[in-house]
Write a protein that binds this ligand. Structure first.
Ligand code: ACO
Length: 314
């Protein structure tokens, strides 16, 4: 049976980083480091440079994933890129990345599922590999999210940052147990108005999103474990979407995981939407925390509403 194995991970963060105080100062916000960090865990975020595109950041993350996998561009036959901040409606950001990486074969397209985008992209890529549409796929989450923030709305503009993360999936046959075990995707369009882009800018009913987040993520996690006959105790790493420290901690507690088994970047990256999970994965593989053979649970919720979970053995 063909499985998709995560052969490499990569991440990219723009050079410019602003602390909460620096952000407040730069945008004249009536807020404080204490308010932001106590409610969200966010202490700083990165911001793309003028002219730095979503595709630029995505290509940088993809290059690291290829290098870590010991792969070159000629091996890649699909690019599936999740973003809520594409550089244009078309060409897709994925085809721009294809061009930047010098890839001349295969196919590429974008996925729109807001903060759940990476889980969706992983699910689609895994299905396409299993069914023989491609042998390898770059799965990317990339966002220039600070470009769609309303800098007069302190309830949203302090929460987000820019960046990109990528994994290279490779088809592998045989009896091994490495690879994506399963992905679980959900959406409910009735709740579209609690987190949306309206007139080009993000609007959010924070408390409503919070309420949905904890319940829906818990049910997606239970579904992923049950589908694989696994127990909470089998999970070695939780790599959650990085929206808010309180949501992350609630999921860690639900799984009974000690804090050091939950990969957290929200303090330094803020919420990078579709990029947050692959950025966290890249960090945790780079520093040796997530190692070959480890069972990793990923989960996310975002605008749509969309939500989902994925289980992978590295
Ligand atoms: N600084 C200071 N005060 C602020 C700020 C700020 N940055 N933002 C809002 N406030 C004020 C509000 O004006 C309000 O003041 P008032 O009582 O005088 O009217 C007060 O703080 C409370 O506002 P709430 O919006 O009710 O604040 P809440 O305690 O719910 O915290 C937060 C807001 C942090 C967004 C919370 O609702 C939350 O974590 N929600 C989860 C949603 C989330 O994480 N979204 C991220 C994107 S979605 C995703 O990725 C899943």
């Amino acid at each position: 049976m063909t499985r998709s194995v995560i052969a490499g991970t990569g991440g990219y963060l723009p050079v410019r980083a602003l602390t909460n105080d620096e952000l407040a100062e730069a945008y004249g916000l009536d807020t404080s480091d204490a308010w932001i960090s106590e409610r969200t865990g966010i202490r700083r975020r990165h911001m793309a440079a003028p002219g730095e595109t979503t595709a630029d950041m995505a290509a940088a993350a993809a290059r690291e994933a290829l290098a870590q996998a010991g792969a070159d561009a000629a091996e890649v036959d699909a690019i599936i890129l999740a973003t809520a901040t594409p550089d244009s409606a078309f060409p897709s950001t994925a085809t721009r990345v294809q061009e930047k990486l010098g890839i001349r074969q295969g196919f590429s397209f974008d996925i729109s599922a807001a903060c759940t985008g990476f889980i969706y992209a992983l699910g689609v890529a895994d299905s396409m590999i299993r069914t023989g549409h491609c042998r390898s796929a770059l799965v990317i989450g990339a966002e220039a999210f600070t470009r769609i923030l309303d800098w007069t709305d302190r309830g949203t503009c302090v929460l987000f940052g820019d960046g990109a993360g990528a994994v290279l999936l490779r088809a592998e046959g045989g009896e091994g147990d490495r690879g994506i075990l399963s992905t679980h995707l959900h959406s409910d369009g009735r709740h579209g108005d609690i987190l949306q882009v309206e007139g080009g800018l993000v609007r959010m009913a924070g408390r409503e999103v919070f309420r949905h987040a904890v319940a829906k993520l818990a049910s997606a996690v239970d579904e992923a474990l049950a589908a694989n006959g696994l127990a909470q105790a089998d999970v070695q790493w939780l790599v959650p979407h990085q929206a808010n420290r309180r949501i992350i901690d609630a999921m860690g507690r639900k799984l009974g995981l000690p804090a050091e088994r939950v990969v957290v970047t929200v303090d330094r990256h803020a919420n990078t939407s579709a990029a947050s999970i692959p950025l966290a994965l890249a960090e945790a593989t780079r520093d040796g925390r997530v190692a070959r053979g480890d069972l990793v649970l990923m989960e996310a919720i975002g605008g749509g509403l969309t939500w989902g979970a994925a289980l992978a053995r590295f």
